[in-house]
Design a protein around this ligand. Sequence first.
Ligand code: BTN
Length: 269
Amino acid sequence: MTDLDRQVISDWLDTRAFGRNIEVHETIGSTNKRARDLALAGAPNGTVVVADEQVDGRGRRGRSWLSPKGTGIWMSVVIRPGFEASLAPRITVIAALSVSEAVYVATGCRPSIKWPNDLIMGNKKVCGILTEIKADDSYTDYVIAGIGLNVSTRTDQFPGDLAMSATSIYEETGTLPDRNRLIADILNSFEYMYESLTQPGGFDRLRMQYRDLCLTLGRRVRISGVNEEFEAIAKDISDDCALVVELDDGTKREILSGDVSIRGIAGYI
Ligand code: BTN
């Protein structure tokens, strides 16, 4: 795999803000943590932290995220959306869409999305996204969009059960895209979609794209929340990015957070 190179990433960038202020680390604890520190210190919109290796990579729900040296894209973007906190989940939607688009451009294969933000290839997880939000009352101070994309990881490099549920671009497509180009392409799409969010009808168009890629819709899912667990059919993505599900008795519910499992996808039996 080619080395991460700040200059090469910049050369491929086609953005106004995203990636224009960028840190590239050989090794770091967590790019999300570093991005949060930078955001708290006033870093501008679009600031990016990338690392070749994370030794304390964080996943959703307090899990850890395997981030071995030179095998993937471990990247966090600081976004200052200036809109109300309830709209912040839209950032997660466009983060997932932009990674899917960039992987498609690089490989000709388009990852699907498992709601809310797992990217799936060959029924396994190729990318996870961790968004962290700081909001005061209703105003969003910043959103950190942390992207973990497995690029060259071989199946036998995933420890234990992870090999059943995780994959990489190389394993699924046989190609090894240049990570610098891929980082720039993700940021190019991400900024483009981010700017569309403020245009009339912009989010509706993006939501349509998300629906088309979302393999959760139309399936029977198991939802595990803090205090409950139940099954339902996934029906739609709402305007505030919730998963709309229909229970067996016909009632509808909107799920804003929680683990959603789909039989046969990402290791769920
Ligand atoms: C998930 O659990 O699916 C989300 C995983 C997010 C991992 C990425 S890697 C870059 C960024 N830094 C972190 O510590 N986590 C995110």
